[in-house]
Write a protein that binds this ligand. Structure first.
Ligand code: ZN
Ligand code: ZN
Length: 69
């Protein structure tokens, strides 16, 4: 139940990195994709999908539950 200090456990992983078998924490969530993205991948994502709106980690409480598969 203790949630603070659990930064080592990635609740949401970057799906693009996951495709490359890299376990990297998602720092941004895309509402249109319904996926988490890391800082690196979100740069590419923003270029590819300019109209997508993302939620920053500061707004994590607004992130919906992410499908981790
Ligand atoms: Zn990534
Ligand atoms: Zn997106």
């Amino acid at each position: 139940m203790a949630e603070k200090g659990s930064d080592l456990i990635y609740e949401v992983c970057c799906v693009f990195c996951k495709d490359d078998n890299v376990n990297w924490e998602a720092t941004v969530y895309c509402k249109q994709c319904s996926k988490g993205l890391c800082d690196e991948c979100v740069k590419y994502h923003k270029k590819l999908y300019k109209t997508h709106s993302t939620l920053r980690r500061e707004d994590k409480k607004m992130w919906p539950v992410v499908d981790t598969t």
